[in-house]
Design a protein around this ligand. Sequence first.
Ligand code: HEC
Length: 107
Amino acid sequence: MCDFAIFRLKKKSLFFLFAFGSFLASAEVQASDPANGNKLYMQHCNSCHEQGREMPGAPDFNNRSTLMQSDLTLLDKIRTGKNAMPGYAGILSDRMILDIIAYMRTF
Ligand code: HEC
């Protein structure tokens, strides 16, 4: 009887370990990938936003005031575009744009 109770306890903790492990694993899948963002930035953004050689009117991301906005605000602006800045909805997925934002936060 006593052994059985211990067995149940172990099974339960194994389950929690598994559940927690899966939670961690899924959190990892969700995390932004700045290395992928770097690649995408070079492909899609660098022509206008090259550091130190920004096109006239484009913000300098080294001047951090531009990046003092939440990821979701930036995501929305990059999706929509603004004046000479093209919108990227339908070109880049939200996931890709969030990777780019994670990369821009390394400037
Ligand atoms: C054709 C040139 C061009 C390309 C390509 C471009 N941008 Fe821009 N971007 C601009 C210009 C110009 C502005 C300034 C817009 C304004 O304020 O009038 C801007 C503004 C921004 C801003 C600031 C928005 C704000 O007002 O807070 C962000 C963030 C940004 N761009 C990100 C990106 C990202 C990320 C990419 C690539 C996916 C990209 N841009 C591609 C020209 C470009």
